[in-house]
Design a protein around this ligand. Structure first.
Ligand code: ZN
Ligand code: ZN
Length: 225
């Protein structure tokens, strides 16, 4: 599931699965500029720091697809290291503030004193530029109120958080989850994006929208309509 098998991307995507839920922390690198983006800073800072150092990269942004604790647990440490704020949709800010509560509700210990990172609001329609690559922010609520995905402007890839996985979709039964909004977010995704687009989910392996359209039982025709 390395990215080496994913061809024709304008970026390199390195995946660092962390923690009990094997949450994918992504280091997205635009090679011509050496500019990088970290998505879902749930952990893995030592490894990512080493990759950034070894390749001489410049981390331009830190993005959370949403603020379930496993996706943002170490956001304060990443923000301090990279000297950038965490970009997060305002509707999930309360979840970020409640990382400790979230940990406890899953029965996990709080590993250290968690601090709030500096936060900047990420909204539908905003674009992020990484060298020659432009990423659009789509607000895709359902799994959480402030869930967003990053869709590359040329539609070669998207970072999709817990919206869609290989063979599954994000659950809607956690606090703030909403099944109707989830259906809407998935429908928009299916209707507006090409089958060839690579999807980098918050958990599990990379896939394409075309593969999911055929094999994902939650997306089959009628399944979400
Ligand atoms: Zn989640
Ligand atoms: Zn998740």
């Amino acid at each position: 599931m390395g990215v080496s098998e994913v061809r024709h991307l304008p970026v390199q995507v390195e995946t660092f699965p962390v923690g009990f839920f094997q949450t994918n922390v992504y280091l997205v690198v635009e090679p011509s500029s050496g500019e990088a983006l970290v998505v879902d800073p749930g952990g893995g800072l030592p490894e990512i720091r080493e990759r950034v150092r070894a390749q001489g990269l410049s981390v331009r942004a830190l993005v959370a697809t949403h603020a379930h604790f496993d996706h943002v647990l170490d956001a304060d440490l990443f923000a301090e290291w990279a000297d950038v704020p965490l970009l997060l949709h305002p509707a999930d800010r309360i979840l970020l503030e409640q990382r400790e509560t979230q940990l406890r509700s899953f029965g996990f210990p709080v590993p250290r004193a968690l601090r709030m990172p500096p936060v900047e609001a990420l909204q539908e329609g905003v674009t992020l530029t990484l060298g020659r690559v432009v990423l659009e922010v789509w607000h895709t609520p359902g799994h959480s109120p402030g869930h967003v995905v990053l869709v590359e402007k040329a539609r070669t890839f998207a970072l999709v958080g817990d919206l869609i996985f290989r063979g599954s979709i994000g659950r809607v039964d956690l606090p703030g989850g909403d099944a109707v909004q989830m259906q809407r977010s998935l429908l928009r995704f299916l209707q507006e994006l090409p089958d060839t687009i690579w999807l980098f989910p918050g958990h599990g392996p990379v896939t394409t929208l075309g593969d999911e359209r055929v094999h994902n039982p939650f997306l089959r025709e009628g399944g979400i309509a």
